[in-house]
Design a protein around this ligand. Structure first.
Ligand code: FAD
Ligand code: NAI
Length: 474
């Protein structure tokens, strides 16, 4: 008998699996198609997409392990703790990471069972439409569904003439699975992956050189944050980050990799043992049968959608990395929920102005809303309050006072327009700012909220007070 659903989701990453769970919760007969991209060695399909398998989760596991190793070598001593012969066993570190990935990916299968989402293993492809049902080919079988949600995600962008083998020249997949610490690591691209994974291997002992095409460092971040991050990464941590670089040639031999590049008028060569290519990601839209059904794309190859993630085709929706916007797991999840709720006749929405960004380097970098340079270029009058963690008792107790909290508020209404944090636990601290921006709060609202003492969150409180030039502890 033909399989028929109310909702068929193509892709089981954060956008897709969350859309499927929410649709099922709302009483819709739901299936999720997932291909074997991340199948385990036995061929078992793994849900969770890029995020769980080769992205957010494994990278954060390695960041944690490498940070502990770094602290044991460099920070324990200030607490009077000494340890000799601290060593890293990369195989154990990788096993821990793989176990976390395995636990979470199988956890999603459990969530599918609990919520009665049918998992359809195989590649999903549009075939056509019959009456009001879409026909999707899944591993040779035609499945019918009233609604289809495209959540096929993204993959790493590779550069022509730089062959990624994920052994010596790696994208995120290989960079998360190196079997030993390379002596010399080259990275092309000083974006989020370059800085996070560059940090992992630097902390473990690699000499890391990052080559970035743009002349500015972390151009998307607030200027003050980018400046502080540059200082910490290059001067304190010893990451060699070279800006305004043009890569000319990459050659690969059994001795390693040579990267020939220009910087200004100078030609240089970087010799390294491993090279990571992290120059952005591209949406997965091939093999979807999109042309056969007339699915439209934007000029950057993303599926074109409106503000509710509707495509040009009736009852076809798209979410996550495959549509325009930041390629972030939580953005895809929000879109998944919105679409499921819209399909169920509810008023789903995503506030794209309140999506936080986090880089899990050390110090962490997190922000929500506008940067100071954006407000200036938009001609918005604003007030700013900035508090260093050096003035925060908890940060001092933790022995980590790098960075600050910076709050930007409208000069006329006091509404918070942007919050930027660089420092320990910035990823957690930003949540308060996201709530504030989501609910249109003023800096005065944060200033009047009682923050527990001693906590890092007091720096958020003080930054709000500083907007009105009445910080109490700085
Ligand atoms: P994906 O996660 O890419 O999932 C798409 C799924 O669809 C895949 O499983 C794929 O196999 C499947 N698929 C594709 N085509 C088909 C088809 N035709 N039929 C069946 N199945 C198909 N984001 C954060 O928010 N925080 C982080 O800390 C973070 N860290 C990251 C670290 C790294 C190294 C990388 C690479 C990314 C990171 N990201 C992070 C980004 C995050 O992983 C993505 O934004 C997120 O995974 C996108 O979710 P998605 O569901 O749109 O797509
Ligand atoms: P990115 O867009 O963050 O950074 C790519 C960098 O490479 C940019 O600085 C770009 O200018 C540079 N670049 C591009 N072409 C180049 C060239 N030819 N030579 C030298 N430099 C070049 O992309 P990245 O780091 O690959 O990550 C992809 C996406 O994955 C991110 O944009 C983000 O959406 C997501 N991600 C999110 C994380 C998080 O939320 N913490 C962590 C890792 C990835």
């Amino acid at each position: 008998m033909t399989k028929q659903f109310d909702v068929l989701v193509i892709g089981g990453g954060p956008g897709g699996y969350v859309a499927a769970i929410r649709a099922a919760q709302l009483g819709l007969a739901t299936a999720c198609v997932e291909s074997e991209t991340y199948a385990d060695p036995k061929g078992e399909i793994r849900l969770g997409g890029t995020c769980l398998n080769v992205g957010c989760i494994p990278s954060k596991a390695l960041l944690q392990s490498s940070e502990i190793f770094h602290q044991a070598n460099h920070s324990y001593v200030m607490h009077g703790i000494s340890a000799e012969r601290i060593q890293i066993d990369v195989a154990t570190m990788m096993r821990r990471k793989d176990n976390i990935v395995g636990q979470l990916t199988s956890g999603i299968k459990g969530l599918f069972k609990k919520n009665k989402v049918t998992l359809l293993p195989g590649h999903g492809k549009f075939i056509g439409r019959e009456e009001d049902l879409w026909q999707i080919d899944v591993a040779g079988e035609i499945v019918h569904s009233k609604h289809v949600i495209v959540a096929t995600g993204s993959r790493p962008r590779h550069l022509s003439d730089i062959p990624v083998d994920n052994k010596t020249i790696c994208d995120n997949v290989g960079a998360l699975a190196l079997s030993a610490v390379p002596k010399r690591l080259g990275v092309i691209g000083a974006g989020v992956i370059g800085l996070e994974l560059g940090s992992v291997w630097k902390r473990l002992g690699a000499d890391v050189t990052i080559l970035e095409v743009l002349p500015d460092f972390l151009a998307a971040a607030d200027g003050a944050v980018a400046k502080e991050a540059w200082k910490v990464f290059t001067q304190k941590q010893g990451l060699d980050i070279q800006l305004g670089v043009k890569i000319n040639k990459v050659t690969h031999s059994n001795k390693g990799v040579s990267v020939e590049y220009d910087i200004g008028d100078e030609s240089r060569t970087l010799e390294c043992d491993k090279l990571i290519v992290s120059v952005g990601r591209i949406p997965n839209t091939e093999g979807l049968g999109a042309d056969d059904v007339g699915l439209q794309f934007d000029d950057r190859g993303h599926v074109a959608v409106d503000q509710h993630c509707r495509t040009n085709l009736e009852n076809v929706w798209a979410v996550g990395d495959v549509v325009p916007g930041p390629m972030l797991a939580h953005k895809g999840m929000e879109e998944g929920v919105m679409v499921a709720e819209c399909i169920a006749g509810q008023k789903g929405h995503v506030n794209y102005d309140a999506i936080p960004w986090v880089m899990y380097t050390h110090p962490e970098i997190a922000w929500v809303g506008k940067t100071e340079q954006q407000l200036k270029s938009e001609g918005v009058e604003y007030r700013s309050g900035q508090i260093p963690f050096a003035a925060n008792g908890r940060a001092l107790g933790q022995g980590d006072t790098t960075g600050f909290v910076k709050m930007l508020a409208c000069a006329k209404t006091d509404r918070i327009l942007g919050v930027h944090v660089i420092g320990n636990n910035a990823s957690e601290l930003i949540a308060e700012a996201v709530v504030a921006i989501e609910f249109g709060a003023a800096s005065e609202d944060i200033a009047r909220i009682c923050h527990a003492h001693p906590t890092l969150s007091e720096a958020m409180h003080e930054a709000a007070l500083a907007v009105d030039k009445r910080a109490l502890h700085f």
